[in-house]
Design a protein around this ligand. Structure first.
Ligand code: SER
Length: 585
């Protein structure tokens, strides 16, 4: 079966059962800084699982983009991917166990739908604990579907599902598929990894509070999640999704580029296509994440750099990321249109990161080999040198060391890292005399910081505040604005915090050309007294700020580092002046 057919059949089946199709939420959780990426279909739906009314009703169906980075090391096996898609059907206080179980079974086994033989399936059910009873009701419902007793197993913690320490949760029942070469055993054993979990039906009937207690929800919900990749593998008669149309077009390209066979280079090729696919989706998300040394940007950087190292292992050492990403965009862009919309940015960022890292990888590997000649644990200083001079994420150094049966003193690395950050902050705090910052890039950063400051001032001091002039040198920005009195220390701090808040959100900066009148209508900020042409260029920092401006600017606010106000003073009557800078690294 091909990916499109599976997706459409799933939607069609649940549409028949009166579900409204909703689109995938962003891969980057909106308004939730506690998690880096969306890791499950339920995450964006939490408010509705807790009782808020969903505008599209009480029965929903979707496919959600997810990313899990807990364990990069599993990548390369048959069943794990960093980026994956989750098919889900949802009842928000509507149907419960009976329908959910009956429909999952019908979808999987009916000849009209997936036509999977029931003899290949096994079921787990929650065995209960001191707070929640054993789920005998689900057992009875599975038996009604004709599942033999031997194929139903009681399980513990894997069958109680929640997205976090608190929030909606409940017992679940899971469906497994037999992937072994021999005939499926009559007795299902969830511990045997030839049984692969394909669908998880969670009966979300509780809310877990901070003290660990469970409160029953007013309305009982169903949250199901079926791994799209795994399901497609099953339906294609493959052990792994890598061997389906989800990945084969990219793997074929790697075979061409490397002159090697997938069969002989399986782990490396799997890592490359998994990571580049994930990176393409992160870059393709409208949230505008770019490679960086912190947070989401760092995960992205790790994915790309690890893919580069593995590509090199199979003899590919240039220009592969863009070629693989182009295939991802071509294959997935029909449904995930954001990939097409953001194609240019995806390819440009991948190429930039590949160029950057290729420059240092070879030398860094030589340095690593030298370091590894010393016996024992790789020390923090050496790991930091690899990070600082050759761009090796600490996890990459750990992996390299691990391949030699060695380990890295990660705690000491962190101490080095923090020590260096403090040093570079004090060195760059005023003048950048240490030569740590690139002046061209620094000027561009300050330019974008000026836009953020302009908007932050309005938010803190009121909507009447506007720009009266500005000047940027590589060391600092200077910004004049109308305001009748000196700012209090508290106000200065508020403005600084506001700018840093937007920086840490990692908002995309986008330029658009438009007729002057349209820009005015949009409420774009302009400088009083300046004469603008009929077609103007407007810079948007997400939804946060829009300004008439010729640029150039950074592509994402996360590139700005930390914003620091150095001085607030009088400039002219009714005009105040702020001097500020950004500190990166
Ligand atoms: N929340 C459950 C999971 O992620 C079912 O969607 O497996």
């Amino acid at each position: 079966m091909d990916p499109k057919t599976l997706r459409e059949k799933y939607f069609a089946f649940f549409a028949e059962k009166k579900h409204a199709v909703i689109s995938s939420s962003s891969l980057i959780p909106v308004n939730d800084s506690s998690v880096l990426f969306t890791t499950a279909g339920m995450q964006p739906l939490v408010p509705y699982l807790l009782g808020q009314k969903h505008p599209q009703g009480t029965r929903l169906v979707n496919i959600q983009k997810c990313l899990r980075t807990v364990d990069f090391d599993n990548i390369g096996d048959n069943t794990h991917h960093t980026f994956f898609q989750m098919l889900g059907n949802w009842s928000l206080g509507d149907y419960f166990k009976k329908e959910s179980i009956a429909w999952s079974w019908e979808f999987l086994t009916s000849p009209k739908w997936m036509a999977i033989s029931p003899s290949m399936l096994g079921i787990t059910v929650y065995k209960g604990d001191s707070l929640v009873a054993r789920d005998d009701e689900s057992v009875a419902l599975w038996k009604e579907q004709g599942v033999p007793v031997g194929r139903i197993a009681f399980c513990g913690k894997d069958n109680f599902w929640s997205a976090g320490d608190t929030g909606p949760c409940g017992p679940s029942t899971e469906i497994f598929f037999w992937t072994g070469d021999s005939k499926a055993p009559d007795v299902f054993d969830a511990e045997d990894n030839r049984w692969v979990e394909i669908w998880n039906n969670v009966f979300m009937s509780y809310n877990r509070l901070a003290d660990g207690s469970l409160v029953e929800l007013a309305s009982k919900n169903v949250d199901t999640g079926m791994g799209f990749e795994r399901e497609l593998a099953v339906l294609s008669g493959q052990k792994s999704a890598y061997e389906t149309e989800l990945f084969m077009p990219m793997i074929r390209e790697l075979e061409l580029m490397s002159g090697r066979d997938y069969i002989d280079s399986m782990k490396a090729m799997r890592v490359v296509v998994d990571h580049i696919r994930a990176a393409t989706f992160i870059l393709g998300d409208d949230a505008g994440i770019v490679p960086a040394n912190v947070d989401r940007g760092y995960i992205l950087r790790r994915l790309i750099r690890r893919a580069i190292r593995y590509a090199k292992l199979i003899g590919i050492d240039s220009m592969f990321a863009v070629r693989i990403a182009s295939i991802v965009i071509a294959e997935y862009g029909g449904y995930y249109t954001e990939l097409v919309r953001n194609k240019e940015k995806i390819l440009a960022e991948l190429q930039k990161e590949e160029d950057r890292f290729t420059l240092t990888l070879e030398k860094g590997l030589r340095e690593f080999n030298k370091i590894a000649e010393q016996p024992g644990v790789v020390c923090g200083k050496d790991a930091f040198l690899l990070f600082q001079s050759y761009g090796f994420p600490i996890e990459m150094t750990e992996e390299l060391a691990g391949e030699l049966g060695r380990s890295v003193d990660v705690a000491a690395f962190k101490v080095e890292f923090e020590h260096h950050q403090k040093l570079s902050r004090s060195a760059t705090g005023g003048m950048f005399k240490g030569g740590l910052a690139d002046h061209g890039e620094q000027t561009v950063r300050l330019h974008t910081a000026t836009h953020l400051l302009n908007e932050a001032l309005r938010r803190v001091l009121g909507n009447d505040v506007h720009q009266k002039g500005s000047n940027i040198t590589p060391e600092r920005l200077r910004f004049d604005f109308n305001f009748s009195r000196k700012l209090t220390a508290e106000e200065v701090k508020k403005v600084e915090d506001e700018v840093n808040r937007v920086i840490s959100l990692g908002v995309a900066v986008v330029r658009r050309e438009m007729p002057y009148d349209e820009a005015v209508k949009l409420g774009a900020e302009m400088e009083f007294g300046v004469k603008y042409p009929a077609t103007v260029s407007v810079y948007f920092v997400g939804e946060y700020s829009k300004e008439f401006c010729g640029g150039p600017h950074v592509t994402n606010t996360s590139e700005l580092g930390r914003f620091v106000i150095q001085k607030e003073e009088a400039s002219a009557a009714g005009v105040r002046r702020i001097k500020a800078t950004v500190v990166v690294g």
